[in-house]
Design a protein. Sequence first.
Length: 140
Amino acid sequence: MSTKIFINLQVKDLQKSTAFFTALGYTFNPIFTNHEATCMIISSDIFAMLITENGFTRFRPKGQAMWQREVGSECATCLSAESKAAVDAWAEKALSLGATENIVPDMQPPGDMMYGRSINDLDGHIWEIMWMNPVMIEKF
């Protein structure tokens, strides 16, 4: 079995977060969905568990209840895209749904090596979308 990645993210409103990511084109696995969490399918090996504050208490030290946007983001999740146009389409769609944009100059360096954008979702989690030039990737 291949290694799968499950990103666990605390959300304030599970229904709003589910609607946001559904509108961005993601689907959810009903087997791993209940009133406290849902499993967003990013790819066959990558998933994001959107978990309510109550459900997320099982994943953090006792008494810790601060939201990441109050203390800084816990991580930046970066997804790939097949083109620069796909990067812009995804980011613009997220912004139209209530996300906020992060301006990260390093994600759009001079030349044609890569192109990306970064947004904060409804709960302040950082999501990056990145196109990497296939010719440049082959050199690695």
